[in-house]
Write a protein that binds this ligand. Structure first.
Ligand SMILES: Cc1cc2nc3c(=O)[nH]c(=O)nc-3n(C[C@H](O)[C@H](O)[C@H](O)COP(=O)(O)OP(=O)(O)OC[C@H]3O[C@@H](n4cnc5c(N)ncnc54)[C@H](O)[C@@H]3O)c2cc1C
Ligand code: FES
Length: 294
């Protein structure tokens, strides 16, 4: 995306120009709705136009602007692809996402995208991969984990760490059990507020998992997404362990409007999260990340 295309089309007996540009969403139909938790759901979406559907490709970590007609538009990570379907996992937190949660199978939404710079899957080849996610931060990272496992021989060890407040908040637990079975792959889970001790689960936050994580701190790529304090705390802990600033990748969230680097809503000093991110190295954004009130 990023260009304006002009298409010839016949309207009545005159040839006219239709302007198709990045501001105009394309229609997609909800073909399945999976209730993940009481306020998180996953949509399987099929882009209506077969040509646009076939042409749609994305990189792990990119996002779409998802538009609910008559209500508004929000940035949502592309969680994955299942054949013809795009997967989006959405938490109902406010005006647009609450209205989206009421849509039924067969109803339609608009999509613009994909946007943004994704995870560094190429740069990370041969390195150990460390995925660290908190809460719904697992959604932007899931496609990268699937990609790494699909090309398992191209990467070193894989460590997947996911933390939630309560075990009820955990998404896709059977999927994590499957990842656990993959060669040289470690899955570490923690919940912060539950009193019960479960097999394979730790009590606490990300720090509770670090002592068990086995990866080469000098030859790794860390991909992290979660609430802002979790990402700053995790980055500091990794730096203390000896991981280099340029090996820590963080996916940021900002209020987005255009997603094209035009409106400035997502600006962070000279960087636009929509266009230059949402994935940044810690080295690139440490000044704003550590700034009070950011
Ligand atoms: C690159 C990117 C990828 C995202 N991927 C996903 C995803 O995969 N799944 C998902 O559920 N959400 C995702 N989000 C967050 C999603 O865009 C917001 O939750 C959504 O915009 C909220 O819109 P709303 O109208 O429902 O809520 P609003 O009514 O706008 O806000 C409700 C509450 O959420 C807060 N809020 C709103 N937007 C954000 C934001 N971007 N970051 C932090 N707090 C916010 C507001 O301060 C308010 O307290 C992503 C955001 C970005 C920037
Ligand atoms: S959302 Fe408009 S500049 Fe990023």
């Amino acid at each position: 995306m990023g260009t304006i295309e002009l298409e010839e089309a016949a309207v009545g007996c005159n040839a006219s120009k239709i302007i198709r540009n990045d501001y105009v969403p394309i229609a997609a139909t909800i073909v399945e709705r999976i209730e993940e938790t009481p306020n998180i759901f996953t949509w399987k979406l099929r882009i209506d136009d077969p040509k646009l559907r076939g042409d749609f490709t994305f990189k792990c970590g990119q996002f779409n602007m998802v538009y609910l007609f008559g209500v508004g538009e929000v940035a949502i990570s592309i969680m994955g692809r299942d054949g013809d379907y795009l997967l989006h996992t959405i938490q109902a937190v406010g005006r647009v996402t609450n209205a989206m949660s009421n849509l039924a199978v067969g109803q339609r939404v608009g999509l613009r995208g994909p946007y943004g710079v994704g995870w560094p899957m190429n740069e990370a080849k041969s390195r150990d991969l460390v995925f660290i996610t908190g809460g719904l931060g697992c959604a932007p990272v899931a496609s990268a984990i699937h990609e790494a496992i699909a090309h398992r021989e191209e990467y070193g060890r894989i460590v997947i760490m996911q933390t939630v407040l309560h075990r009820n908040d955990m998404l896709w637990e059977p999927q994590y059990d499957e990842w656990r079975k993959v060669r040289a792959t470690q899955v570490l889970l923690a919940s912060d507020r539950d009193k019960t001790a479960w097999p394979n689960w730790k009590k606490g936050r990300v720090a509770a998992l670090f002592s068990e994580a086995k990866f080469d701190i000098k030859h790794c790529a860390v991909m992290c997404c979660g609430p802002h304090p979790m990402m700053t705390g995790t980055s500091r802990a990794l730096l203390n362990m000896g991981v280099r600033e340029e090996d820590i990748y963080l996916s940021l969230e900002r209020n987005m409007q255009c997603a094209l680097g035009h409106c400035g809503h997502c600006q962070m000093d000279e960087a636009f999260v929509c266009k230059d991110g949402p994935v940044f190295t810690y080295q690139r954004i440490k000044d704003v990340l550590e700034r009070r009130g950011f």
